[in-house]
Design a protein around this ligand. Structure first.
Ligand code: C2E
Ligand code: CA
Ligand code: CA
Length: 800
């Protein structure tokens, strides 16, 4: 055997292998080694057979020792290759490292190449031409076996180079021209084989690398999928072309409530029916089955799944899969249970359209429906009514019995409305104590009839927690398409009608009329002018005397607002005070009145009091007390000379601010008079709970006292009651002597009215103070001391 011709290359991967990423390098090398060793047994057998054949052919011409050595060397070198493979398979522990094994394979192959390279040298010399040709043919054949050495790079070189060099030299050394030619051919042939092997090595490296890469990717994907199924609410699913489930997971079993074993190879629709074959498949389910059958990809397809505790919702995505030939093999996808999200979405959608307390439609949904109805009614010219209902006295119930009772009252009202209104017609709660009904195909009369019926139903007593409560309701009606064709406008018109219904008394129904709109416009104009009037000082106070029926003296004056404008003339406070209340100007006006009245009264005789009207909305404000204190301190008026006239309506909504205002005003010494008594609820319990100093009987009773005995009866009752409670009584609106006499006979304390004087400017107060006692004594001569001239003089001065 000749010495080593080539240095043994280190296990380094050139060319394609060079591109092998570091993390795959070792595994790729292991793959190359395994493939080489796998083919080595074929190589070993072939080489041993060839070696034995050479020994046989040349037994007679060559050295026996050489031939036996050749067979032995070839057997050892080639036989050790499968031996490494056997150790690898059966004795892993003995196995050296990958680098060492690769190096060992290279050394063995090099050894094999070197062993064969001796053959031409040794056998050419003693051979004849035939035998030489045999050597060349065997060498060529051996070179061809290098094709199997394509796993590990350079392995074929280790084998071929010694063999070719040996053969080449042996042929050239014969000195014959034919041999020289053969040597060149052999070299060319070897070069071709090596080049091909090199290319095959590159291909096999790439193939092995791909295999390694795929293996790793599969492992990662498997890991990710496992992770995915373990940690998310989603699951993977897979069907074959026939639509039976292939990939089932614990998560899928858990979600569907079907055991994994029952799911595997079950038809896909079993999953969608939650395992109950009789359960109906919804539209979504049917569509999904059709999609999987037709091999159509789909995304985020939501299906409703019947479940033991109500329906559940799944969202599925899927993609058809195909084999190498492009035939459809099934569908693969992911699914997730979106029931929780779906339920909360439904809840949000519900809350966006329905009132959570009464379960009626809310303002938003009502607006939408009203829009649709307006459009439809306009198109087919079929009237639709919008009934706008407001509860009367709900606030009292709420404030008196608490919000819990208030809420339950609203629920009962809603229930009554729902049952009273035809199914199919919309009942809504617009907020607070406001409800609305949308009724299609209805005439004006029928709409009014319905509204009256609803008021009666709502006004029937309620019993909540053993408490009996009563409320009322008012309704305004707007009709589309006649009154409006836009929902907002229709709502506005019904609201206007409601406003009118409420202002004309409780429990009324009012149908929208264009005059209401005109009245509203006038009100708006009034509002604008009133704002300007305050700024320009067009407001003034006049004073109406209250005459003491026992002494005939003017005990006090009531300050009454007067507004005269260049454009409109004199406007009654009965017209502009409600406007000022509605637009929030009343507190400012009240403050001005208080200041002005106190400043005026301080100039009057010390025994004369001033009465100031306080609007309920001003009284509700906690700063009323401060306004009174300011007016008193600015004017220096004795608080006992100030009387505030309030109406009963403030008791309906008795709250902390009102109660404390009342208490503190009385603590200051300010007197409280209950104005317009008899017109409101006139609940006598207020008089006990919130003591007042005076009651003013409303002029509607005085007006008819001598014609209607009920009026007189009420007046008498009030007088008796007030006397028992030590409350003074003033009769308002006394216009005739007859009325005055009747009232005096019933021991009414004071009278106020045109009989003595209407409200007069501040400048006339001294005159009234002087003159009215005389007039009084003229009417009641028994008590009159010196009538006659004095009265006439005063009359003359007054009219002057
Ligand atoms: P009121 O408090 O009931 O005032 C009495 C009203 O009756 C006054 O009308 C007065 O002029 C009128 N009157 C007095 N005697 C007679 C009579 O014999 N016959 C008739 N037919 N009427 C009589 P006025 O001044 O138009 O005031 C109307 C209402 O305006 C007042 O009713 C009061 O509620 C309100 N008001 C007037 N001034 C003020 C004020 O300064 N502040 C507030 N908040 N309201 C005021
Ligand atoms: Ca008054
Ligand atoms: Ca009054």
């Amino acid at each position: 055997m000749t010495g080593t011709l080539l240095p043994i290359p280190l296990p380094r991967l050139p060319d394609a292998a060079e591109a092998v990423p570091a993390r795959y390098r070792e595994e790729t090398m292991a793959g190359q080694l395994a493939e080489t060793i796998d083919l080595a047994s074929h190589l070993a057998i072939t080489h041993v057979v060839v070696a034995v054949a050479v020994m046989t052919f040349f037994w007679d011409v060559a050295s026996h020792r050489y031939l036996v050595s050749l067979v032995a060397a070839v057997t050892i070198f080639s036989g050790l290759l499968p031996a490494i493979g056997w150790v690898g398979r059966h004795r892993q522990a003995w196995l050296p490292g990958l680098g060492v094994r690769t190096k060992a394979v290279r050394i063995l192959i090099l050894g094999l190449g070197l062993a064969w390279s001796t053959m031409p040298f040794v056998l050419f010399g003693p051979s004849g031409v035939d035998h030489r040709m045999l050597v060349v043919a065997i060498t060529a054949g051996l070179i061809a076996t290098a094709f199997v050495l394509n796993g590990i790079p350079h392995l074929a070189i280790c084998f071929c180079v010694p063999l070719v060099v040996g053969s080449f030299l042996a042929l050239v050394l014969t000195g014959e021209q034919a041999s020289f030619l053969l040597a060149v051919l052999l070299a060319i042939y070897a070069a071709f084989v090596l080049a091909s092997v090199r290319r095959m090595t590159r291909l096999s490296t790439e193939r092995i690398l791909d295999r390694v890469r795929v293996f790793h990717q599969n492992e990662t994907i498997g890991l990710l999928l496992h992770e995915f199924e373990a940690n998310t609410s989603d699951w993977l699913w897979e069907t074959d072309a026939a639509g039976t489930l292939q990939h089932v997971s614990e998560r899928m079993a858990e979600v569907s409530g079907i055991a994994m074993a029952d799911l595997l190879h079950a038809p896909f629709d079993r999953l969608l029916r939650s395992g109950r074959p009789d359960a109906p498949l919804g539209d979504g389910g049917r569509e999904l089955i059709a999609l999987t059958r037709s091999a159509t990809a789909f995304r985020d397809h939501v299906v409703e799944i019947p479940g033991p505790d109500g329906p559940r919702w799944w969202r599925l995505s899927g993609k058809p899969t195909y084999d190498r030939d492009g035939s459809f093999v099934g569908v693969r996808g992911v699914g997730s249970d979106i029931t929780a999200t779906r339920r909360s979405e439904d809840r949000i959608a519900y809350l966006a359209s329905y009132d959570s307390l009464t379960c009626l439609a809310n303002r938003a949904l009502f607006g939408l429906q009203a829009g649709a109805e307006c459009e439809r009614a306009g198109r087919v010219n079929e009237p639709c009514a919008l009934l706008y209902m407001d509860l009367d006295g709900f606030k009292i119930v709420n404030d008196t019995f608490g919000h819990n009772i208030g809420d339950r009252l609203l629920q009962q009202v809603a229930r009554r409305l729902r049952t009273a209104v035809d199914t199919g017609e919309l009942v809504a709660r617009l907020g607070g104590d406001e409800f609305a009904i949308l009724h299609r195909r209805i005439t004006d009369d029928a709409a009014v009839g319905l509204a009256e019926r609803l008021i009666a139903i709502v006004s029937a007593p309620y019993v909540i927690d053993g408490i009996q409560v009563e409320i009322g309701a008012s309704v305004g009606i707007g009709m589309t398409p006649r009154d409006a064709v836009e929902p907002e406008s229709l709502m506005g018109k019904a609201d206007l009608a409601l406003y009118h219904a409420k202002s004309s008394g409780k429990g009324r129904v009012s149908m929208f009329e264009p005059t209401l709109e005109r009245a509203m416009r006038t009100r708006r104009d009034l509002e604008t002018d009133l704002k300007a009037a305050i700024a320009q000082g067009e407001l003034d106070l006049h004073y109406q005397p209250l005459v003491n029926l026992r002494t005939g003296r003017v005990d006090s004056f009531e300050a009454l607002l007067r507004w005269s404008t260049p454009a409109r003339g004199v406007i009654s406070p009965a017209d502009f005070v409600p406007v000022a209340e509605a637009c929030g100007l009343i507190s400012a006006i009240g403050r001005w009145v208080l200041g002005r009245a106190c400043a005026e009264a301080v100039r009057w005789p010390a025994a004369t009091r001033i009465a100031v009207n306080i609007s309920p909305s001003h009284f509700r404000h906690s700063d009323l007390l401060q306004d009174v204190v300011d007016a008193l301190s600015a004017s220096g008026l004795d608080p006992r000379r100030l009387e505030l006239e309030i109406t009963e309506s403030i008791f309906f909504e008795m709250n902390a601010a009102i109660a404390s205002n009342l208490r503190e005003l009385r603590a200051l010494g300010v007197r409280i008079a209950l104005d317009d008594f008899g017109t409101g609820y006139s609940s006598l319990s207020y008089l006990i709970r919130f003591p007042v100093d005076k009651i003013k009987i409303d002029r509607s009773f005085i007006k008819d006292m001598n014609t209607r005995h009920e009026c007189l009866a009420i007046i008498e009752a009030i007088l008796t009651l007030a006397r028992k409670l030590s409350i003074r009584v003033t009769a308002e609106g006394v216009e005739s002597v007859e009325q005055a006499i009747m009232l005096q006979a019933r021991r009414c304390d004071d009278i106020q009215g045109f009989l003595f004087s209407p409200a007069r400017p501040a400048g006339e107060v001294p005159l009234l103070l002087e003159m009215l006692p005389m007039r009084f004594h003229a009417i009641f001569p028994v008590q009159a001391r010196e009538p006659g001239r004095e009265i006439e003089d005063a009359h003359a001065r007054l009219s002057a």
